[in-house]
Design a protein around this ligand. Structure first.
Ligand code: GDP
Length: 375
């Protein structure tokens, strides 16, 4: 059986070097666009010189029927065909098949270095893959190499309360979710899916269209709001996003709404504009609901791998993330990014997106995830 090192046997210095290299790589990558979203990628890459005109904000628009609280579709009636194992089919057939075949092989030439390479190929990241392999190797797990790697991967996922759901942090106010991330990653779709899920569970939900930078984002959110049968507060394109959030909170407090989910811009003229705007929205929430702590969910496109991870780190440093939604897990064969993001940020993945339909959003359960990967 295998399990020797091809390279230097004990390599603490190497481990540091690889980590440093990766840090440099991700820094360089961090401003690059998500590769599968050509138009928005261009958005991120090409700074816009002039400030767009700022028309007077139109009054908030939400339909009377919606505000009257038309009954939401029960969750069971949504397209809830999604299941984790189907969503992970590509990843299972991709790097996980390689990993499991390899770990189970009797090949005399097999080595831990190859395991490390397979993990890197699955988007676990270079320094983390090395750590996992070193720890698995030292573990001398009675269940063998596969059990050792599985245990070490599972140990990377952060502890969390089971059955998490957003809660109001001040009495008389709604729970607030701010959804942040780069354009094209699936923010609007995720908000629509979350709205349908919570409304279907009987929670009153209101959406805030605070990505006023893109007119299309406001339209898209309104379409999702209709689909989920929840009201939406929106102003005109280029209106002040803080005003949209303020109005949404006002409407929610007046109506006793339990959950407000706010979309935010994924791209402004510069990265610092974007982070300033998010900070301003946080201040507006504090002004309207003093002491309220919003859930700040970062939407990460799983197909962007380590590049997306660098974006998440930049947002985390600037605005402090409380959770991740990993979208398009169905479209990648490299689902190892889950381990990298939880380990590197120490922030839990709350949901995974496994398709484009309204029901294709699953709460993330670490044990079920690891079990599905190794099934
Ligand atoms: P935004 O610019 O971040 O608001 O992104 P959108 O919500 O408009 O989504 C961009 C594209 O990603 C759309 O075509 C969505 O249908 C697609 N998308 C979003 N989430 C998922 C997912 O979990 N799986 C797949 N396959 N596609 C998704």
């Amino acid at each position: 059986m295998f399990w020797r090192r091809k390279r230097d046997e004990e390599t603490p210095d190497n481990a540091q070097n690889v980590g440093a290299e990766q840090e440099t790589d991700t820094d360089v990558e961090s401003d690059r666009p998500a590769p599968d979203s050509a138009s928005d990628a261009a958005d991120v890459a090409a700074p816009v010189a002039a400030e767009p005109p700022q028309p007077e904000p139109a009054p908030a628009v939400w339909s009377a029927d919606q505000l009257a609280g038309a009954r939401a579709t029960p969750v069971d009636e949504l397209e809830r065909s999604a299941d984790l194992s189907a969503g992970l089919a590509r990843t299972r057939g991709g790097f996980m098949t390689r990993l499991r075949d390899y770990l189970g092989s009797d090949d005399e030439a097999a080595s831990w270095d190859d395991v490390e390479e397979i993990l890197i190929g699955g988007d676990v990241g270079a320094s983390l893959a090395m750590e996992v392999v070193e720890r698995a190797r030292r573990r001398r797990e009675p269940g063998g190499a596969e059990a050792a790697v599985r245990a070490e991967l599972a140990a990377l996922l952060v502890a969390r309360e089971p059955d998490w759901s957003p809660r109001a942090s001040v009495s008389g106010g709604p729970a607030v979710i701010l959804v942040v991330g780069v354009n094209g990653t699936g923010k609007t779709t995720t908000i629509g899916k979350m709205a349908a899920r919570y409304a279907g569970e009987g929670t009153s939900v209101l959406l805030a269209a605070a990505d006023t930078f893109r007119a299309a984002a406001i339209d898209q959110l309104q379409i999702w709001a209709e689909r989920a049968n929840v009201p939406v507060v929106a102003h005109a394109p280029h209106a002040d996003p803080g005003a949209v959030v303020y109005d949404a909170l006002d409407a929610a407090v007046a109506r006793g709404t339990e959950l407000v989910i706010a979309d935010t811009a994924g791209r402004l003229h510069t990265k610092s504009n974007l982070m300033d705007e998010l900070s301003k929205i946080r201040r507006i929430i504090d002004k309207r609901l003093p002491g309220a702590v919003p859930e700040t969910l970062f939407v990460l496109d799983a197909t962007t791998g380590q590049n997306g991870l660098a974006q998440a780190k930049a947002f985390h440093q600037s605005v402090g993330l409380t959770g991740i939604v990993l979208t398009k897990l169905d479209s990648t064969s490299k689902g190892g990014i889950v381990f990298a993001i939880e380990h590197d940020l120490g922030v839990p993945v709350r949901f995974v997106g496994v398709g484009e339909k309204v029901g294709d959003l699953l709460p993330f359960d670490p044990e079920a995830f690891v079990a599905a990967l190794f099934a």
